[in-house]
Design a protein around this ligand. Sequence first.
Ligand code: BDR
Ligand code: CA
Length: 319
Amino acid sequence: MHSVWVDADPGFDDWLALLLLAQAAPQVQISGVSVVAGNAPLGVVLNNTLALRQLHQWTWPVYAGASKPLVAQPIDAGYVLGPSGMRTTGAELPKPDPTAKAQPAHAVSALLDWLCAPAAPGRRSLLATGPLTNIAGAIQQHRAAFEGLSEIVLMGGSTDRGNHTPAAEFNIAADPEAAAVVFSSGVPVRMVGLNVCRQVLLHAADVQRLQALMKPSTAGQMLVGYLDGYQRIRSAEGDLPMPLYDPVAALALLQPALFNWQMAPVDVELQGQFTRGMTVVDLRNRAGRPIAVRVAVGVDGSAVLAVVLQSIAAVAQPS
Ligand code: BDR
Ligand code: CA
C-alpha cells in the first residue's frame, strides 16, 4: 500500500491531480487532504475541496490549513481563475452539502500526526500542488517527523521561466519563504516545474473525448468550461492547448520513470526586485552542495498526456 497525503489549493488542476490519484486505488490510498490558500482565499479553496469530495463520493478527511503565507503578503490567482478559483464557462461545481465540514484539527497538526503514526507497511509520500505554507509550517514545527516519509512530490517552480511573473511560478511566488524552507530542509523532494508541465498540453479534442467518459456528467461539463475559459482569457483564435500542472506532478509521484530527473540544489530567490519567488536550479552543482532535490528535466509530453487522460477517464467510469 502506498499512502499519500495531498496538500492542495483546488483549483481545476488540483482536482485533476486528485482524480489521477483516485484511479490508482487500492494500491494508492489518499490518507488526508490539507488545504492551503493559493488559487483563491482559504475559505474558497476549502469549499471547493469539500464540493469535489462530494461530487466524486470520496471519503478522505479534509483539513483547513494556512490562510496566508509565512511572511509574504497573500496573493491569489483570481486574475486568471476568477473569484471561485475554478472559473468555467460550463457547469459550475455543485455547492457542498451545508453539513460537509473540514476536520477540527489544523492541517499542520493533522499532517504531523499522520507522519508520526506508526508506519503501516509500504511507502508514504506527500503530494503538494499549492503554495508550500502548510508543509513548511510542519517542517518548522517538527522536522524529525519527516524521517519516515519517502518523498515530497511538488508542483512548483521551473528550471526556466515563470508564469506568475517572468521569473516565478505561482505556487512558489505565493509563498517564497515557505518554498525555501522545504527545498533546504533535506527532506527528499521531487520538483515538477513549469519546464516539464508546459510540455503536457491538453487540446480541445482531448477534453471532448474526456467529457464523453467522465462521470458524473457535471464533471465533464466543468472540464470543457475550464478549457473554454482558459482560451477566452487569452483571446485565442481556435484551439489553444492548455498546459497541465498538478496532475503531471501526481503522475510523477505514481510513475516517476515517465520523466527524466536530475539531482540539483534548488534555491528560492527571496530578494530580487524582478525575480522574487524564482527557483534557482543549479544543474551543474559545481560547489558540490549536498542535494535532496530531484528535478524533473525531461518528459515525453504526449506520452504523459495519454496516461493522464486514461487515468482520469478510468476513475470517471462507474465501477
Ligand atoms: C500552479 O498554480 C496554480 O494556479 C495551479 O493550481 C498549479 O498548482 C501552476 O503554476
Ligand atoms: Ca494547485
